[in-house]
Design a binder for this molecule. Structure first.
Ligand SMILES: [Zn+2]
Ligand SMILES: [Zn+2]
Ligand SMILES: [Zn+2]
Length: 313
């Protein structure tokens, strides 16, 4: 049986590589800043400063993880990993968001304890360190903004960085309130705000990652649109046992049984026609089709997936 998988591989263009170097610098500066923030947070007794630092660190590390995972993802498929290494990025994202959620919960619980037992905070240290963090946040955002014109990911990264800068602003305000009024409660309040922001962000991002790992169908094309398209190809009687999933974010794969309407027609011609149509309409190039003659089709087969008791897979 001839095999005609026409995968579309996405290689990074030179502009993206140039971006890699700039992102590398941004990561290095942000990690250094994080270490300074954590030390200052411990010395000054400010939990809010540590919360802001943890967020910055996780942002920097997520870029490092994504970078390393992308290198692993480029490896070709081998005998041990027949689907290739593309999902390294998805696994990395799952680890990253899970860690972030755990850390945010720890910060929130410490913050709640301090609501009832506010600690003294060295206001000046907080204001100065958070001020430096704000400047670095804004410079990073500006750097990313200049690369964000033609990339949706980069635009999202820019908006994220801008929101992060607001975290540093909140910490500065807290420091000022402590200096002016010795209002210690503001530190745990800002900590809880930053924890909530981290939880909201990681919570919304982790859903799609889990869906991808669980072989969820893509948002588009829809399963029923694909089934309808196959049914409309002349010579097709019906389609069943359909699986539609994504190998990676933009790589949709299809597996289905197709029943021929006429036992006389040549199945290889029909298969080529269905694949051509799928590619043309949905740019769906990874399709594995099992063709069944009218008399020998599966009986009582559902359109989507299969009965767990079925002997067919
Ligand atoms: Zn962030
Ligand atoms: Zn079948
Ligand atoms: Zn199956």
């Amino acid at each position: 049986m001839p095999h005609d998988h026409a995968h579309h591989h996405h290689h990074p263009d030179p502009a993206a590589l140039e971006g890699d170097a700039r992102v590398g610098w941004a990561v290095a500066v942000n990690i250094a800043l994080t270490l300074v923030q954590i030390v200052a947070g411990v010395l000054s007794g400010s939990l809010a400063l540590i919360a802001d630092a943890v967020h910055n660190l996780s942002d920097a590390l997520s870029l490092v993880i994504a970078f390393v995972a992308r290198r692993i993802a480029r490896r070709p498929a081998d005998a041990g990993m027949t689907f290739g290494y593309g999902r390294a990025e998805v696994v990395a994202a799952l680890i990253n968001y899970t860690t972030l959620i755990v850390i945010a919960l720890m910060l929130a619980s410490e913050g709640v304890q301090r609501l009832f037992d506010p600690q003294p905070v060295a206001g000046w240290t907080v204001v100065i360190v958070a001020g430096v963090a704000l400047v670095i946040d804004l410079v990073t955002a500006l750097l990313i903004f200049r690369m964000s014109r033609d990339s949706m990911n980069m635009r999202a990264a820019f908006l994220h960085n801008l929101a992060d800068a607001m975290g540093s602003v909140a910490v500065i305000v807290a420091g000022v309130l402590i200096l002016l009024y010795d209002w210690r409660l503001v530190d745990p309040v800002v900590t809880l705000g930053i924890s909530a922001y981290i939880l909201w962000h990681a919570g919304t991002e982790i859903g799609p990652v889990i869906r991808l790992l669980m072989m969820g169908s893509p948002a588009s094309p829809g399963v029923h649109d694909v089934a309808d398209l196959i049914r409309r190809v002349p010579g097709v009687a019906d389609v069943h046992h359909l699986h539609l999933w994504r190998m990676q974010e933009h790589e949709v794969a299809l597996e289905a049984h197709v029943v021929l309407s006429d036992a006389e027609q040549r199945p290889e011609q029909l298969r080529a026609e269905i694949k051509r149509t799928l590619d043309e309409v949905f740019s769906l190039t990874h399709a594995t089709l099992e063709l069944e003659s009218p008399g020998q089709a599966c009986t009582d087969a559902p359109l989507i997936g299969h009965h767990s008791t079925s002997t067919k897979t």
